[in-house]
Design a protein around this ligand. Structure first.
Ligand code: HEM
Length: 527
């Protein structure tokens, strides 16, 4: 048989791919028709479940190259992770960009946060960051995630995304106001994936050789700058193309126009920071960049398109628990909750052996005693004796690795219970700061979008939202109320939300800038 000739998966030559076997010209067909059965039953199984969130996305391969320094210090001052400290040594990466709520083929012009998930295939194993473009999130406790997603996804009866369901959830969660202010502005519709920031959103820790740790947030600043769309601009694009961002990324890479981001960190000492009016472990807050500057760490370049979308993009599996030595968890409760969810869903969505697939497998060999399961593609590298699939053993099995660096060993103590952060004043302040930092076009678009949404909500939800916006900034609340024809005084007279402290209202904003005006030290030098 020559290379171009069709076979079954069993390797049998296919002599006729046009007709199934039947008794005579008019049938019936027969059940021993293996070639047909293999073909059609495999087809029946072509689709795997789409991601429960972030189903619409695309991705590309590239590399990360560290500068070897973090700010004015050698990177090793803060972390022993080789991927961040070895000046100029390139680590292969794969990035998947996504929208959140829509299904697999939904329009990429959706008003939605954008996912920014990056997989580093380091020499010490895989490191994933699974973040977004807006640097904050709607909620700060993982137990709320299924409720939040249910409220944002289509109505179970009408199968439509309904504004009242979204705001019904949001009105009970002042911590969402910051993210809502971002998402309802033009920042909620990035022009494409190349002109978009990325960030870890959650707080991690960097750990150095001495076992000292720093709280850390990661972000990615696009060399091309940030571009967003108003609702009107997005509608025009959507009328022509529902996959414009996928096309843009693919075509740019094909023509050699490789998108690039500068990776930065923000650092804070590893303690509770009672002096701040927000909790550094609260992912609904930004760390003000004037106090916690973006420190460049390296650059990320995407220079290769996937050769097969299903194998490399659909089956890609990122997780917040996938860390290398020198990068550690913080006690951010969203981060901890997410860490269970990702690998759990991937064992269901892709299969128990999803980590054996080339896009997910580490660049270094995985040597484990994990065996079998559905679709085991190969046996993970074993010790000298393949008959020993357990540890410890005196018969040549795998051994534990010697620890070379000092173990990071934080002290943990407290009463087991269910807690919400008490530092809630900033739920309103950062949202107000955001409103005040927008330029006129951004603010007009934000108000127009909210007004349209408020008109589609029952009055009690719309009034409570105006109450929230007014506590963020008086002008913000007033403009939404006026636009939607709501009685501002009636909204202002509402009592505080049951069980929540009254908002610390209209405090002057800190001076930190919106993402668009952010620049990193090395970007400034290049300009
Ligand atoms: C407790 C909160 C959260 C839970 C339980 C959760 C859960 C999930 C699940 C189950 C998936 C599908 C993964 C897959 O099928 O491979 C997913 C995807 C994703 N999530 Fe979350 N998520 C949470 C919060 C967040 C936050 C705060 C962010 C942003 C910082 C985020 C960013 C993403 C991204 C970017 C993806 C797509 C990854 C990809 O491209 O494959 N998620 N999430």
């Amino acid at each position: 048989m020559s290379d171009g000739q069709l076979t079954t998966r069993q390797g049998h030559p296919v002599y006729d791919n046009q007709s199934l076997r039947s008794v005579g010209e008019r049938g019936p067909a027969t059940l021993e028709n293996y070639q047909f059965i293999e073909k059609i039953t495999h087809f029946d199984r072509e689709r795997i479940p789409e991601r429960v969130v972030h189903a619409r996305g695309t991705g590309a391969h590239g590399y990360f190259e560290p500068y070897g320094r973090i700010g004015d210090q050698p990177a090793a001052t803060y972390t022993r992770a080789k991927v961040l400290t070895r000046t100029g040594v390139r680590t292969p990466v794969f990035i998947r960009f996504s929208t959140v709520i829509g299904s697999k083929d939904s329009p990429e012009t959706a008003r939605d946060p954008r996912g920014f998930a990056i997989k580093f295939k380091t020499e010490e194993g895989v490191w994933d960051l699974v973040g977004n473009n807006l640097k904050v999130f709607f909620i700060r406790d993982a137990i709320k995630f299924p409720d939040m997603i249910h409220a944002f996804k289509p109505d179970p009866v009408s199968n439509r995304q309904e504004p009242w369901r979204f705001y019904d959830f949001v009105m009970h969660h002042p911590e969402s106001l910051h993210m809502v202010t971002w998402v309802k502005s033009p920042w909620g519709i990035p022009a494409d994936y190349r002109h978009m920031q990325g960030s870890s959103v959650n707080t991690y820790k960097l750990v150095n050789d001495q076992g000292e740790a720093w709280l850390c947030k990661f972000s990615f600043e696009p060399r091309l700058g940030v571009r967003n769309l108003t609702s009107g601009e997005a509608a025009e694009i959507q009328a022509r193309d529902v996959g414009h961002a996928t096309r843009d990324l693919h075509d740019a890479i094909e023509r050699g126009d490789f998108p690039e981001w500068e990776m930065c960190v923000q650092l804070m000492s590893d303690d509770a920071h009672p002096e701040l009016d927000f909790d550094p472990l609260d992912d609904t807050k930004r760390w003000p960049e004037d106090r916690f500057p973006l420190l460049p760490v390296g650059r990320v370049v995407l220079d290769r398109n996937p050769s097969n979308f299903f194998a490399e993009v659909e089956q890609a599996a990122f997780g917040t628990g996938v860390l290398v030595d020198g990068i550690d968890f913080s006690d951010d409760k969203m981060l901890q909750g997410r860490t269970l969810s990702y690998s759990d869903t991937q064992r269901y969505r892709v299969g128990a052996n999803y980590l054996q697939l080339p896009v997910n497998a580490p660049a270094t060999p995985a040597r484990t005693n994990q065996r079998d399961g559905q679709m085991a593609y190969h046996v993970d590298a074993a010790g000298e004796n393949p008959r020993v699939n357990y540890e410890p053993s005196s018969m040549g099995g795998l051994r534990e690795t010697d620890r070379t660096a000092r173990e990071y060993h934080p002290w943990v103590e407290g009463h087991l219970g269910r807690y919400q952060t008490t530092r809630t004043a900033d739920d309103y302040r950062q949202a107000g700061d955001r409103y005040r930092s927008f330029d006129e076009r951004e603010r007009d678009d934000l108000i127009a979008n909210l007004v349209e949404d408020m008109k589609a909500c029952p009055e009690h939800i719309a009034l409570r939202m105006v109450w929230h916006f007014w506590h963020c900034d008086e002008d913000y609340g007033r403009r939404v109320a006026e636009g939607a024809g709501l009685d501002l005084e009636k909204a202002r007279a509402l009592p505080p939300l049951p069980g929540k402290p009254p908002p610390g209202r209209n405090r002057p904003g800190s001076t930190y800038t919106s993402g668009k005006r952010e620049g990193t030290a090395s970007q400034a030098a290049a300009e």
